[in-house]
Design a binder for this molecule. Structure first.
Ligand SMILES: [Mg+2]
Length: 393
């Protein structure tokens, strides 16, 4: 049987949740006075939407093969990403064999190197890459995790990210991670409030449940060291996540040396490609890397990042990204558990992470999930979400 080629690639945008999970409206824990690098400006402190965290919106990439099979993926990037796909990347995809993902990735990366490397361009390449894996799975009638070498365990187990680790514990998750609310600009009072929230939560969840703190790039080495040391002693904090700017590899290296023995330093959600992660690993910046498969270069790149981490004795626990990370995590020995982002506004129940954009998106029950063996990533686009194709080629 001849291998199908790719007939067309199309890029769409869509508003309201989905690929860009920050794109929420109304009251939502994800936007509730979260400590950010912009929180030093009082005008931008109360909400992440105030400084434009949701401006990009979702990107949906569709790739259609010569046999009529369609693969797709969603990530963050919106209209500028759609422009890059249609005007630049399409030439490396259309006409290529559906099997030649490594070749397409290398051409997309090298052709955009003069303006790409990280951020939006790599988000966009990630979206195309994930759509290509979905397409290959559908052409072969295999789930993506089969194509990646097969499952190394029967099911995934999850910790939950949200405002209520106590509820996450009742729902069967192995741990709970909260967003930090007060940054260095809020001084000693903010630090005291941060610690109070943690010690209150520790009292609710008991001594053994994992509690973690996500700092979303908002601290400096001194504040992070002081906070982590007290949080370790007063609330048994398991890890401090993304405490510093992703550009401050030297700061991470110092912070990790400063942490109490036994406490973990984690980061990498806003890092990209094997070269970015090489710096984090070579400079001993962290114990766990947290690449987002929709932002770091896609599955094709995550395979390489993960191998590099494994050789450094570092775990890979991808950031959110739903089915796109589940199909990867289930195939890796050095990814023993996964993150589940609680996208319910409170959050007191489990809802699909990319809701409402995907149909058949699996969610954990009692903190665990057996991946269905449906072809590709096993999800469909919700026809009720209105897609917009801003550019064509
Ligand atoms: Mg995070």
């Amino acid at each position: 049987m001849a291998t199908p080629t790719i007939r067309q690639i199309r890029a769409y945008t869509v508003r309201g949740g989905g690929g860009d999970y920050h794109d929420q409206s109304g009251a939502h824990w994800i936007d509730d006075h979260v400590s950010t690098p912009m929180a030093k400006y009082p005008n931008y402190r109360a909400s992440r939407r105030s400084f434009g965290i949701n401006v990009l919106g979702s990107l949906v990439v569709e790739v259609e093969a010569s046999d009529g099979t369609v693969g797709f993926a969603v990530t963050t990037g919106g209209e500028p990403a759609a422009w890059i796909v249609e005007n630049h990347l399409a030439r490396f995809i259309e006409g290529a064999k559906v099997t030649d993902i490594e070749l397409m990735w290398d051409q997309m990366y090298n052709a955009t190197l003069y303006y790409g490397r990280k951020g939006l361009v790599i988000n966009t390449i990630s979206g195309v890459d994930l759509a290509l894996w979905d397409l290959l799975g559908k052409v072969r009638q295999e789930p993506v995790f089969h194509l990646l070498g097969g499952a190394v365990r029967d099911e995934l187990q999850f910790y939950a990210t949200g405002a209520r680790p106590d509820l996450a514990k009742e729902m069967g998750f192995i741990g709970g991670k909260m967003a930090l609310h007060h940054g260095p600009a809020e001084g000693e009072e903010g630090l005291r409030k941060n610690l109070e929230i943690l010690t209150d939560m520790r009292a609710k969840v008991g001594p053994d449940f994992w509690l973690m703190q996500d700092c979303w790039m908002s601290l400096d080495v001194n504040y992070a060291t002081k906070f982590a040391t007290r949080a370790w002693h007063e609330a048994g904090l398991k890890w401090i996540e993304e405490a510093l700017s992703p550009d401050d590899y030297w700061g991470y290296s110092e912070l990790r040396r400063n942490l109490p023995r036994g406490m973990l330093c984690t980061t990498g959600e806003h890092e990209a490609t094997r070269w970015g992660f090489r710096l984090l690993l070579d400079m001993n910046c962290c114990d766990i890397i947290q690449p987002d498969v929709g932002w770091c270069g896609g599955v094709t790149e995550l395979i390489k990042i993960s191998a590099l981490a494994d050789a450094h004795g570092v775990l890979v626990v991808p950031h959110g990204s739903s089915v796109y990370s589940y199909h990867f995590v289930i195939t890796r020995h050095n990814s023993p558990f996964a993150e589940f982002l609680m996208m319910h506004p409170v959050p007191d129940q489990v809802v699909p992470m990319f809701t409402p954009l995907l149909l058949e998106e699996p969610v954990p029950t009692k903190g665990r999930l057996k991946l269905p063996e449906t072809p590709g990533f096993g999800v469909r686009l919700n026809p009720e979400c209105k897609l917009h194709r801003p550019y064509t080629h």
